[in-house]
Each structure stands twice: as structure tokens, then as C-alpha cells.
Design a protein around this ligand. Structure first.
Ligand code: AMP
Ligand code: GLY
Length: 409
């Protein structure tokens, strides 16, 4: 397993439960994974040669790549060329996440529902465009931004400000999108070429930093599943109009995708539309989905490899995850504050903690996800907040409304 965050904590933990897996190694992993994997923090996630060497030296059967950066940088290709099995797309197919324009052009060509867009290549062109464009307008940098490169402008002044903020230099590509309204949801889809199998349980992320979807966008401040008020017909429609066509489009264009395609969608009055694709599991969606998943993840990956039917078994319980983040995130924040009150055996997935002596201290923006399970989202939410409150620190904050959309409707 490659990666160091909460998503990888959940992946390593789930893979470790598989009866067909002997041993899990985590590169670089984090200090919270030591009970479930052999952690190799001395190898950097970006050191592809060292990862290849490690995999060969330890006769690794499968490499699961958690985060987007190594996928976009071609780690899967390097390993596959050495005949090592990899769950995660190669560099070419990972462009679906790495370049907003790549994704937009593909959706355009294959008529996959998404927001209308306009591409510009310079600051000047962008400033001109926002003089007359419809409002609200969504402004996105072309390239990876960890969920933080999007500006939604409701006024012309904000749009001008937004362009100036996004364009630190004169050149560079930016995508403008029409603003879509509706409820967002995340659909994880296994993809092997044109064979696509969406999870039959969707999750909902909470991207804004503060309660009631206020504040800046983040990587994700909490998630829950299932989403009871988005019914099975929406999932069916998303499969038919988005998941199947995008897998076919990728295959037809020669972009060979093997791994997990994350469909970030919004349920508009005209049906589900794509907000973004990612070439890997969502974080923190993975943590809640993998907690609810009963099936053997490793076996599902092998079934996908062989294009066999994939059946998901889920617990009856709902799962809610509340992210505790360093004060200041997604802006700048202090590191090195002591975090205690949790144990590593259950209820928590760690993103940004490291061990200093006998203590854990925060080492990242998103720090730890408190998980709660229960017969309803409401009960799972109560349990998640109970676990969140057990964590002691003077430097963390969390949202108080994770899962509310499923409870108040
Ligand atoms: P992205 O990085 O593309 O996932 O965008 C981050 C967040 O910005 C999304 O989760 C949405 O909440 C919001 N967003 C992005 N694009 C749009 C759009 N076209 N209309 C409305 N909201 C959007
Ligand atoms: N939680 C959103 C993402 O992983 O991109």
C-alpha cells in the first residue's frame, strides 16, 4: 500500500482483514498503521525507484496506490512494466483527475452530463471573460489542487478577485464552469477498461471547512454512508449516464484505466452531473465506505482484474466520519501539538499524526477521522461525535453537522 493518509489507513486496515492476504506493507504509511502493516516511512511516496526495488525485493503480489500524486507521476506504469500487479491507473489514464481540461473534453465528446465550461490560457483572457460571463461562475485551475483550487464567485467583483488569486502568473490554463445547484454525492466505481462497476452504496462528503457549508473548500471535513435521501434510482441513473459511458470513453480513446474511479456528482434538477473525477478513492469517503463494506476488498480487486461479476456486501449500519483538522486548515496551521485520547484499534483513521517519543503530535492539516456506526445516520452521527470528543488537543477543530443532510430531510 502506497500512501500516508487516512484513506490509506482504511485501505491497509481493510486489506489486512482479507483471508487471502498474508502481509501488508505501507510505504511511507504513518505511525498509526503499525498494528496493521509493516510501515516503511524511510521510503518516500515520490521515490518510485525505491518503491519498485522494495516490491521486487519483498516479492509483493499487489501494490495498491492510495493518493493521486504517485498515479499522476506514473508509479503504476513503472511497477506494471516490471510485472508487478497494481491497483491504480497509469499516468495516461490518471489525467482524468490530473487535468480538468482532459476530463471536460472527454465528457464533452461523449456527452456525459457536466457543467458547461470555457477554457482560457492567460490571465488577460480570464479577466476579459469574467467581464461578461453569467454569474455565479466557477473558476478552476487546470491541475491538481487537493480540492482547494476552486473559486465560486457570485458577483463580478468576486470573479475578478478570483481570477487574480488563481493567476499568480500571466500564463496557465484555467477552466470556467457554469454553477450547478443541487446535492453533491460521491460514487466510487471500480473500472477495468470498459468494465465499470459502481459501488452500490454512495457516500457524501462535506468539503467546506465550517458548519452549514461555510468557509473555504478543503480535502473533505467528514463523510457518511449510505445516503438515505438519495435513492437507488439516482445511483442507477449515475451508473447509466456517467459511470458506464466514461469507462467506455476512456477505453475507446486508448486511456487504459484499472483502479478506482471516483465520480464526484451533483444531483441537479436535470439529473446527476459530474463535478469532478478522481483516479483513486475519496478521502474521507474511503474511510466510511470501507468501514461499512463487509466484502473482502482484495477479492473484489481480483474479481475486477478478471472482469468477473462484483458483489458488494454491506453492513446494515450507517457510518459517519468526522474529521478533526488543525486550526487554520486549509490555510496555514501549526504542527507539533500533542493529540491524545484515542486508541488505534477502532473508531479512528489517522491522516496527519506522527509519533514524537511516546506522544502523537499533529503533522498535517487533516489529522484524524472519528468514526461512528449505528442503525441510522442519526445514531452513527451521535457515536462519531462521541469519539471525536474523546480526542484531546488544544489545536484541532471539526464541523458539528456531518450527516445532518440525511437527518433533517
Ligand atoms: P472540485 O475540486 O472540482 O471537486 O470542486 C470542489 C468543490 O467546489 C465541489 O465539491 C463543489 O462543492 C464545488 N464546485 C465545483 N464545481 C462546481 C460547479 N460547476 N458548480 C457548483 N459547485 C461546484
Ligand atoms: N473527499 C474528496 C476527495 O477525496 O477528493
Amino acid at each position: 500500500m502506497v500512501g500516508a493518509g487516512g484513506r490509506e489507513h482504511a485501505l491497509a486496515s481493510k486489506i489486512n482483514q482479507s483471508p487471502i492476504v498474508d502481509k501488508v506493507y505501507a510505504i511511507p504509511g504513518n505511525d498509526a498503521m503499525v498494528n496493521i502493516a509493516e510501515v516503511h516511512s524511510e521510503i518516500a511516496e515520490s521515490d518510485h525507484q525505491a518503491i519498485l526495488h522494495f516490491a521486487q525485493h519483498n516479492a509483493i503480489d499487489w501494490v495498491i496506490i492510495g493518493p493521486e500524486q504517485p498515479l499522476i507521476d506514473g508509479l503504476a506504469d513503472l511497477l506494471r512494466n516490471a510485472n508487478i500487479k497494481v491497483f491504480g491507473p497509469g499516468q495516461d489514464a490518471a489525467q482524468i483527475e490530473g487535468s480538468k481540461l482532459f476530463a471536460k473534453q472527454l465528457m464533452d465528446k461523449y456527452r456525459i452530463p457536466t457543467a458547461e465550461y470555457k477554457e482560457v490560457s492567460s490571465r488577460n483572457e480570464a479577466l476579459q471573460y469574467v467581464e461578461t460571463c453569467d454569474l455565479p461562475i466557477v473558476i478552476k485551475k487546470d491541475g491538481l489542487a487537493a480540492g482547494k483550487g476552486v473559486i465560486i464567485a457570485f458577483t463580478r467583483e468576486d470573479a475578478l478577485e478570483g481570477v487574480k488569486k488563481i493567476y499568480q502568473e500571466e500564463k496557465g490554463k484555467v477552466v470556467f464552469e457554469s454553477y450547478l445547484e443541487g446535492e453533491e454525492f460521491s460514487l466510487m466505481t471500480f473500472v477495468n477498461g470498459d468494465y465499470a462497476v459502481p459501488f452500490d452504496c454512495i457516500a457524501q462528503d462535506h468539503k467546506r471547512a465550517f458548519d452549514n457549508d461555510q468557509g473555504p473548500n478543503t480535502g473533505g471535513m467528514g463523510a457518511y454512508c449510505p445516503v438515505p435521501h438519495i435513492d437507488a434510482s439516482v445511483l442507477e441513473q449515475t451508473n447509466k449516464e456517467i459511470a458506464q459511458p466514461i469507462a467506455k470513453a476512456m477505453a475507446q480513446e486508448g486511456h487504459d484505466f484499472f483502479g478506482l474511479l471516483y465520480i464526484g456528482a451533483i444531483l441537479t434538477k436535470d439529473g446527476p452531473k459530474v463535478i469532478e473525477f478522481n483516479a483513486r478513492f475519496g478521502d474521507p469517503e474511503a474511510q466510511v465506505l470501507l468501514t461499512r463494506l463487509e466484502s473482502d476488498l482484495m477479492q473484489l480487486i481480483i474479481d475486477l482484474e478478471n472482469c468477473q461479476p462484483i458483489h458488494f456486501n454491506w453492513k446494515d449500519e450507517a457510518v459517519v466520519g468526522v474529521m478533526l483538522a488543525s486550526k487554520g486548515y486549509p490555510g496555514s496551521y501549526e504542527k507539533g501539538h500533542e493529540i491524545s485520547g484515542f486508541n488505534l484499534d477502532s473508531h479512528y483513521y489517522v491522516s496527519g499524526l506522527k509519533k514524537e517519543g511516546q506522544c502523537f503530535v499533529n503533522s498535517g492539516g487533516r489529522v484524524i477521522l472519528a468514526i461512528g456506526e449505528g442503525p441510522t445516520v442519526e445514531k452513527a452521527q451521535a457515536n462519531a461525535y462521541e469519539h471525536a470528543r474523546q480526542i484531546k488537543s488544544d489545536n484541532l477543530f471539526y464541523r458539528n453537522d456531518i450527516g445532518n443532510k440525511a437527518i433533517t430531510k
